[in-house]
Design a protein around this ligand. Structure first.
Ligand SMILES: [Zn+2]
Length: 140
């Protein structure tokens, strides 16, 4: 039997871990009760699900992984935009890249794509980099 990892009191996005549920006969994994600060609701998840960053709300917010959540949070706090530069065969590193403007900090692709897919970012559509890039701001 693997030792349980204690995550009591930890935060995962909107979720704060409150307590461990009682063992239920026939159910393998005990779950953690979490409070969601986005809606004041409660939910239960396994520790593995929480620690993997797979959920950041009770289900009231668009599904977003923890990296995506942290990206959106950082963008709101620093009022930065997310930019995507499309592959450029002339560049030394011809890959799609995401980065923040104006800091220029590179963003992990999985975080950027998760935030966009969840609808947490709004496309600027300003045509500034029409052919080569797209930009997004954090939705209010
Ligand atoms: Zn919620």
């Amino acid at each position: 039997m693997p030792k349980r990892i204690d995550i009591l009191g930890k935060r995962y996005g909107h979720l704060s871990v409150l307590e461990l549920t009682e063992k239920v006969k026939g159910v393998r994994a005990r779950q953690w009760v979490v409070a969601c600060d986005a809606c004041d609701g409660r939910a239960q998840f396994t520790g593995a699900t929480l620690r993997a960053g797979m959920v950041t709300s009770c289900g009231c917010r668009p599904r977003l992984n923890l990296r995506g959540f942290n990206l959106v949070k950082r963008m709101k706090a620093s009022e930065q935009r997310l930019c995507k530069s499309l592959p450029n065969s002339l560049a030394a590193n011809p890959e799609t890249r995401f980065f923040l403007e104006p800091s220029g900090k590179v963003v992990r692709r999985d975080a950027a794509e998760a935030a966009i897919t969840a609808g947490e970012l709004v496309s600027c559509g300003d045509g500034l980099f029409a052919e080569t890039a797209q930009t997004w701001t954090a939705a209010p």
